[in-house]
Design a protein around this ligand. Sequence first.
Ligand SMILES: [Zn+2]
Length: 142
Amino acid sequence: MSNKIQGDIFKEVKSNLNIIDVATRLGSHLNQQKRNTLVGTCPTGHPSKSKKSFEVNTSLQLCHCYNCKMGGDVFTIVEEVKKLSKWESLKWLVKEFNLKIDTTKLQPSYKPTPEEILEKNTLINRSFLLEKNSRYWKRSVI
Ligand SMILES: [Zn+2]
């Protein structure tokens, strides 16, 4: 089993899902804030006074919690909330959303190291910051 095929199946699952549905299914209550942004409670279930600590960006298909720092794509949310590996989270999503994708022939091989997870979280935080900055930039030019 090559990594390419494994990569494709992750892409396929992702393209069949909307991160809002996944977050909602895991217990997040979201409200539309801007066209591409919803905010609400974090699906990991920690208390949040404002109930706005969790942000979902639908155009990026990424989420981020300003409280517990959890963030990422559809797989990351399942990994964090259900305490599963990336591979197990893929299978959970396929089953939970009845996706017509055959995962039985594939074997798990991908397990990120703590360094990789940290790097990924840093990238996500940065992309949220970048987006905020570009919004600000657009505003200040107009
Ligand atoms: Zn959180």
